[in-house]
Every structure is written in C-alpha cells, then in structure tokens.
Design a protein around this ligand. Sequence first.
Ligand code: NI
Length: 137
Amino acid sequence: MAKKGTIKRFGVSLDENLLNELDGLVANHKFPNRSQAIRYLVQKNMVEEKWSDDEMVAGAIVLVYDHHKRELQKKSTHVQHDFHHLILSVQHVHLDHDHCLETIAVKGKARELQLLADNLIGLKGITHGRLVMTVSH
Ligand code: NI
C-alpha cells in the first residue's frame, strides 16, 4: 500500500473530443496542468458519490419542462405522491409561455432521494433535471 500523500502517476487514454473538453476545463479554471483538472474532477465526483447509502441528507430537485407535454404534470404529481414522505416543499415558477421551473426541497436517505430524482428526471418531456444533495445537519 502506498503511504498517504504519495504521488502516483498513471497514463490516461482519452479520445480527442474529451481531451479538448479537459483542456477547456484547465483553461476555464486556470489550472496549472491537466493533472490538477483530473484531481478536481475526481474530488468533485467523490463528494457526490459518498452519499450513495443510508445517510440522511437534504437537497433539492430542479426540473424544467414544457407544461404542454401531454400527461407530464399528471405523472410528476403521481411520482411526488409516491414519495411524499421525502418532500418538504415544492415551488413552481412559470418561466415563460411554455416552460415551468419546479424546485422540490427534499430530505431523507440519499438512496431514496436519488430514486425519487431518477423517477422525476426520467419522465418524458423533462428538458432539464438535477438533484443536489447536502448534509442535513
Ligand atoms: Ni408553470
């Protein structure tokens, strides 16, 4: 086992498009090199991954959708009632003639929140969906 803090090198193969995106990230964040960008991405991902269990967390599910899409609001309401024990509040904003923004405040086990978010974000007609989780205490 490597001692804590020991720097290890490894090779990474990326296709050109992904490498260009990585270089874009390096430029945007003014990282000194690609290693720093990869470190940033790994750590960012670890923060999101570490709640993949029974931990109690709070968060928000953000949805954007076209309210003209058939059945979408009905299905969304149905899912929300199935998971009502996780939902603290729902805010609905009419963004423009067609689009709605819904922010659903949630609290519960990380795994359950993820399941609820997957069920909502996966509905046909949702144009943008995201779950943000944070510690609840
Ligand atoms: Ni609306």
